[in-house]
Ligand binder design. Structure first.
Ligand SMILES: C[S@@+](CC[C@H](N)C(=O)[O-])C[C@H]1O[C@@H](n2cnc3c(N)ncnc32)[C@H](O)[C@@H]1O
Length: 204
């Protein structure tokens, strides 16, 4: 990829050193990913993108949900994370793209849904970047913003406090999604998971 920005370099440096042992750091997350994918309500034959797919932990449940006739894509900016996905065999469940989710090489309206785990905190321009995800989803298509740990539990693990300005606080996320062309339809923030679902707002 040409014209790397400082934001890209920072993300790549951060995740490159974590790629090799990413999955072994979180060995029991599988069922939480599967439950989040189930809540997205995919159907057989659907086309879905895992945005910021990392090592591809969501790809097997996404493939199971859309079946062999569906399309599963995983996009990530960090080559080392995608290499780890290949080593884990996750490229059997979805096609991996080395791509910035802020400028996706996908046609407008070409997807039924986007799943994004642990991504939003890394986006340099969340409102603009979430608008790119709207672009690639058909009207009525879905977005899942997921994390396999809730905000409070994550803050405690990282030894910090949640601030009122936290992007993922319900009072901030709903309006942010709205400004980006999404309508938030559900919000769960409990210790074992964070999951916000949204639908592409219809343009009347
Ligand atoms: C916290 S990790 C989550 C990985 C994976 N979704 C998971 O839950 O295991 C965030 C991932 O997002 C990727 N990422 C961050 N910003 C991105 C961007 N603008 N475009 C594509 N990928 C990005 C990083 O490279 C990293 O792999």
């Amino acid at each position: 990829m040409r014209n790397m920005t400082d934001d890209h370099t920072h993300v790549q440096e951060f995740f490159t050193v974590r790629a090799a042992d990413w999955d072994s750091r979180f060995p029991s997350d599988g069922p939480t990913f599967a439950a989040a994918v189930a809540d997205l309500g995919l159907r057989r034959g659907d086309r879905v993108l895992d945005a910021g797919c990392g090592t591809g932990r969501a790809l097997p449940p996404l493939r199971a949900a859309v079946g062999a006739s569906g399309v599963v894509l995983g996009a990530d900016l960090t080559p080392a994370m995608l290499k780890a996905a290949v080593r884990a065999g996750r490229n059997r469940d979805g096609r991996l793209l080395l791509a910035d989710v802020a400028a996706l090489p996908l046609r407008s309206g070409s997807l039924d849904a986007v799943f994004a785990a642990g991504l939003i905190a890394h986006l340099p321009h969340p409102e603009k970047n979430l608008r790119e995800l709207v672009r690639v989803v058909r009207p009525g298509g879905m977005l899942a913003l997921f994390h396999p740990i809730g905000r409070a539990a994550l803050a405690a693990r990282q030894g910090r406090q949640i601030t009122p300005g936290d992007l993922r606080a319900e009072a901030n996320l709903g309006p942010l999604l709205h400004r980006s062309g999404w309508t938030m339809t559900s919000y769960v923030d409990e210790d074992a998971r964070f999951l916000a679902l949204a639908v592409r707002t219809r343009e009347d």
